[in-house]
Design a protein around this ligand. Structure first.
Ligand code: ADP
Length: 263
């Protein structure tokens, strides 16, 4: 615990009073430290693609451009690294947007059709990776939800299920509910997550310590921390079950809310 102290002296006739006021400022210090850590990590993560882009551009300009093979190879790296930079900036903007506080507006939504329309944008990614996706949400299901928040959660989970899948793998999106919540379940037949990584997945910038992941799949390590913050903000929960080499299942529980309610 960190204390901040104020001391007030007061003399009334012969009596001398000392008032000591102590404030517990641990929360303020912790938030400050988290902000400092976040900025330090973000700057570090930004430097990597910037250094690569600038290094490869300079190499091309100083002559490597004349060799067609190097030209194509280096431009591909520059392209990948610019995408990485763009996702990082987008994720950091999303985080600051969440931190500024957002109002959520709940409206009824036909979940099956909504998920189908979201999945359309992944068609080429799925085809390139020989993956199949199944929307098992019953057609009659209607939920009261904030579409912006649901879209962000769904996109992050689906794009991870694609990125960390295996060739000819499958992704299934399903639904369940009970008296107090409804669930969106995204499961994949991908590379899975080691037990030691599961508890840290939702930390900012954390990426599982798996060489396949680190070497082949680009990412910022911010997606799941954004999902967690949004799920917390609407009073929901998120669970992960996973087995390495077999696949992972992410289950998000959304509290049941009345139509048009706002938080
Ligand atoms: P990113 O994908 O940008 O690295 P995320 O925060 O979305 O960041 O995910 C954090 C880490 O969790 C990933 O780097 C990956 O190691 C692991 N992960 C997330 N989703 C899955 C999944 N469906 N299957 C296997 N590993 C996953």
């Amino acid at each position: 615990v960190t204390w901040d102290t104020s001391i007030i002296f007061n003399q009334l006739d012969k009596d001398f009073h000392i008032l000591v006021i102590m404030y517990d400022i641990s929360d303020i210090i912790n938030v400050k430290q988290m902000q400092i850590d976040f900025l330090r990590n973000a700057s570090h993560e930004l430097k990597t693609p910037i250094t690569a882009i600038s290094g490869f551009t300079k190499t091309l300009l100083s002559g490597a451009m004349d060799d067609k093979k190097s030209l194509v190879e280096f431009l591909k790296i520059i392209d990948q690294q610019s995408d990485q930079l763009a996702s990082l900036v987008q994720d950091v903007l999303t985080i600051s947007h969440i931190q500024n506080g957002t109002n959520y507006v709940y409206k009824p939504l036909a979940l099956h059709d909504f998920v189908n329309s979201e999945l359309k944008s992944y068609d080429s990614m799925l085809a390139n990776n020989h993956l199949t996706i199944h929307n098992q949400i019953p057609e009659h299901v209607e939920v009261n939800t904030d579409t912006t928040i649901l879209t962000r959660i769904l996109r992050n989970l689906v794009s991870n299920a694609i990125k960390y899948n295996q060739p000819n793998g499958e992704i299934t999106i399903s639904y369940d509910d009970n008296d107090s919540y409804w669930q969106l379940i995204v499961s994949d037949t991908g590379i899975g997550i080691a037990q030691k990584d599961i508890s840290r997945l939702f930390e900012r910038f954390y990426r599982a310590d798996d060489s396949r992941t680190k070497q082949k799949v680009s990412g910022t390590g911010l997606g799941l921390s954004i999902v967690k913050e949004m799920v917390d903000a609407i009073g929901g929960t998120i669970h992960v079950k996973s087995q390495r080499g077999v696949g992972s299942t992410f289950t998000v529980e959304f509290p049941l809310v009345d139509e048009d309610s706002q938080t």
